[in-house]
Write a protein that binds this ligand. Sequence first.
Ligand code: HEC
Length: 179
Amino acid sequence: MSICKPLAAALFVGFAFGSAAYAANTPGLGKPVTESDIKAWDITVLPDGTGLPPGSGTAEQGAKLFVAKGCNQCHGDGAKGGRANMLIGSPSLTEPGISANKTIANFWGQPTTLFDYIRRAMPWPTPETLSNDEVYALCAYLFAGNNLIPKDEVMDAQTLPKIKMPNRHNFIIKFPDRI
Ligand code: HEC
């Protein structure tokens, strides 16, 4: 114990002195973050539709993009599943229990999650390469394929948040008034 106290004090002084010296002699790396830098990262879409960009797309366009962008190579023909999970299909959530395959149609609570997810993460491994129109079209294709919208409904910032996801009432929402 007797060694510990002076050692701790020495470390503290050393750290305080060291950080002051560091601040005075920064290597000058990096550059200030600009508004447009932040905008590129600030792509979250909220359940009420906040953050959805301008643009639109249809299921017909989305069906073509699903092949052209290679989504089918992992998610299977017609999005019925392959190396990666099915995006169209609604197997039972209760049978066989905890190991049930959770999909967009049987599990996801908010339609806006689909736009956010595809824009942010797909197509693997080249995410953030799709235009907003393309993301809307892919969403239209997947929602229509899951019978959650009519085949000819156009997806945009107004229509997409209005979709009623089948499993929406089965989540415990901590702040329901914020949804
Ligand atoms: C190289 C393989 C690959 C390609 C190509 C690909 N995905 Fe995926 N995708 C995945 C994997 C793997 C996951 C699961 C990721 C995870 O759970 O972390 C996934 C997850 C998803 C999910 C979430 C599914 C869920 O139920 O959680 C969506 C939606 C999706 N992809 C859409 C697309 C779309 C649209 C495209 C084409 C633009 C695409 N993906 C292309 C591999 C791929």
